[in-house]
Design a binder for this molecule. Structure first.
Ligand SMILES: [Zn+2]
Length: 58
């Protein structure tokens, strides 16, 4: 089953993924699957998040 992958932060469509692949490859922990849509972060938002000054827990 193909599911749509959307960016959590900017709602951009990142792509489509095969849900079966996802379960086999132990999903990206950042990914949140709701119905047939997977919310994740696009590379640019991921980058922003890594650069964010409030990211003090690492
Ligand atoms: Zn984004």
């Amino acid at each position: 089953m193909m599911i749509l992958k959307l960016c959590h932060a900017c709602d951009r469509i990142i792509g489509e993924i095969e849900l079966d692949d996802l379960t086999n490859n132990s999903a990206d922990p950042i990914m949140d699957i709701v119905g047939n849509v997977a919310y994740a972060l696009c590379p640019s938002c991921l980058n922003d998040m890594e650069m964010a000054p409030r990211n003090i827990y690492h």
